[in-house]
Design a binder for this molecule. Structure first.
Ligand SMILES: *[C@@H]1O[C@H](CO)[C@@H](O)[C@H](O)[C@H]1NC(C)=O
Ligand SMILES: *[C@@H]1O[C@H](CO)[C@@H](O)[C@H](O)[C@H]1NC(C)=O
Ligand SMILES: *[C@@H]1O[C@H](CO)[C@@H](O)[C@H](O)[C@H]1NC(C)=O
Ligand SMILES: *[C@@H]1O[C@H](CO)[C@@H](O)[C@H](O)[C@H]1NC(C)=O
Ligand SMILES: *[C@@H]1O[C@H](CO)[C@@H](O)[C@H](O)[C@H]1NC(C)=O
Ligand SMILES: *[C@@H]1O[C@H](CO)[C@@H](O)[C@H](O)[C@H]1NC(C)=O
Ligand SMILES: *[C@@H]1O[C@H](CO)[C@@H](O)[C@H](O)[C@H]1NC(C)=O
Length: 448
């Protein structure tokens, strides 16, 4: 953990667009902008429908959350692993797979916009006309070992009769769509369930009897969210810091593997409830004389509750807690002309973690460490640092086709940018390589 911390510190390098002017003591001011960003995010994520209008600037934030966690299981199946096992063994014993660099990889992604039908409009950068494609030609290279490439056939064979769930916000959706795209190159899925808003879904891979779910639960907690159909909030979120969201806990018994994550939604204005009492709020701006406890308070409570729940030895699921995902808005936030038009990854020494991300990741690592000391079936999927190095991996303006139509100059400042979610195909595909690697490592550890 200390190593990870120092990694995150060492990533603070000059030259980052947000520079050193954003000090921790200015974090509060930044929240305003961030909330608005979240509003965008929310809209981007929530609206599955195509061609949704560009989100309006809003005064209250409506962000989506994150999730993460994968599970692994002591697969009773004799897995047909070979080379992968050897590499995993190394990775598990001596290699930190979360620290490394992106290296050129001419082989490109495992799928394209034409071979995968699960790409959401807002993340379909190829279809939407993003002109550069070099961002597709990189692979994550841990410093001290090689990361085996995701093998969809092997994955499906290993997952026979299993159920894998992603629980969280729109970034979890982004992730599950990446996994679906990769797996659908081997076997096409059937969608067997979706909720009214198309935010939670279940798919089945019929010939493998493998079930994949995404569960919309951006806070992971019981939360009363008041939003109109446009995703614009009209009343403060009531967040129950002592109650998990039954939307995922009620189904939890089904799951063999879980990737769970929280995140950006905690930055929104929310009123905290504990033990049937209002105990405070976050970003409450003096409302009702409530005590400002901050999002660190609610995020820590949420993770603690989640980790205690999933670590219960009576629960079978193997769990990965995914860490927070960084955005790459430069020269502004989403609603103030921020954009992300880089076309190359950062080097390991470049890139600076924004204070919110660093703060959140510290909480994640601290709470995870407490759980680990108790001994459990939980591992960390620490995608934060690798993702930080990919400012080139976001849709930017290419959230819909031809964003610059009618403009003489492609001015990124004049259109709405998404520098939080990831293009598909794109860097988020590599999260799956790490996800599988952690799972295999843990199997090996169990066997030992
Ligand atoms: C594993 O390796 C052995 C020998 O190297 C080979 O015969 C076998 O086919 C491999 N199995 C798989 C699933 O790749
Ligand atoms: C595993 O580690 C050994 C030495 O520690 C090295 O020789 C070997 O190449 C490594 N294998 C992989 C797949 O990284
Ligand atoms: C895929 O992307 C290419 C551009 O890279 C575009 O010409 C094509 O229309 C897209 N196809 C689909 C089905 O999105
Ligand atoms: C399919 O997998 C589920 C668990 O996800 C299991 O309960 C069920 O028995 C399996 N069906 C068959 C036919 O094996
Ligand atoms: C919850 O509130 C009740 C009554 O207000 C109190 O008796 C109880 O101790 C509280 N429980 C916790 C866990 O704080
Ligand atoms: C907030 O506190 C002030 C001073 O204690 C008091 O005058 C005011 O009525 C309170 N407002 C509310 C809404 O409780
Ligand atoms: C990104 O956009 C800015 C502002 O329009 C421009 O100055 C810069 O050259 C662009 N960078 C790239 C790599 O296109």
């Amino acid at each position: 953990m200390d190593r990870l911390r120092s990694l995150s510190k060492s990533m603070k390098i000059e030259g980052n667009p947000f520079g050193s002017s954003h000090q921790r003591n200015q974090i509060f001011l930044k929240f305003v902008a961030f909330f608005l960003l979240v509003g965008l995010t929310y809209r981007l994520i929530i609206t599955d429908s195509t061609d949704s209008p560009i989100p309006q600037v809003r005064t209250s934030p409506d962000p989506p959350g994150l999730t993460a966690s994968v599970a692994q299981a002591p697969a009773p199946v004799v897995s047909p692993v070979n080379i992968t096992t050897a590499a995993s063994q190394n990775a598990s014993t001596k290699c930190d797979i979360f620290t490394g660099n992106w290296v050129p990889d001419p082989s490109g992604p495992l799928y394209t916009n034409t071979s995968c039908r699960h790409i959401q409009e807002h993340q379909n950068c190829l279809k939407n006309g993003r002109p550069d494609s070099n961002y597709l030609l990189w692979r994550w290279k841990p410093r001290d070992c090689d990361l085996p490439r995701f093998d969809p056939q092997h994955f499906l064979d290993t997952m026979r009769n299993k159920w894998w769930a992603f629980i969280g916000d729109s970034i979890s959706r982004n992730h599950v769509q990446s996994l679906l795209c990769i797996l659908s190159q081997v076997e096409e899925v059937e969608e067997i369930y979706h909720d009214k808003e198309y935010r939670s879904k279940i798919w089945r891979f019929p010939s493998h009897n493998f079930t994949l779910s995404v569960v919309w639960s951006p806070f992971l907690l019981k939360a009363d969210v008041f939003e109109n159909s446009e995703g614009v909030s009209f009343s403060d979120i009531q967040l129950h810091l002592d109650t998990l969201d039954p939307k995922w806990t009620d189904q939890y018994v089904n799951f063999d593997y879980v990737v769970i994550s929280g995140g950006k939604w905690f930055l929104k204005t929310s009123i905290f409830h504990e033990n049937h009492t209002v105990t405070g709020c976050h970003y409450c701006q003096g409302k009702n004389n409530l005590t400002e406890l901050g999002y660190g308070y609610s995020y820590r409570k949420a993770l603690r509750l989640v980790l205690d729940f999933v670590a219960d030895p009576n629960r079978k699921a193997q769990v990965l807690l995914r860490t927070t995902t960084p955005d790459h808005f430069e020269n502004g936030e989403w609603n103030s002309g921020g954009f992300c038009n880089r076309t190359m990854p950062f080097k390991e020494s470049e890139g600076e973690m924004k204070s919110e991300d660093e703060f959140m990741r510290d909480i994640e690592l601290e709470e995870f460490r407490k759980t680990q000391e108790e001994g459990s079936n939980i591992a960390l999927l620490d995608t934060t640092s690798m993702s930080l190095l990919r400012p080139d991996g976001h849709p930017g303006p290419y959230r819909y086709p031809n964003p610059f139509s009618g403009m003489k100059i492609k001015d990124p400042v004049r259109v709405q940018n998404d520098c939080l979610h990831w293009c598909l195909p794109g860097p988020i595909d590599s999260w799956n390589d790490l996800m599988v690697e952690v799972m295999l490592n843990r199997e090996i550890e169990k066997e030992n």
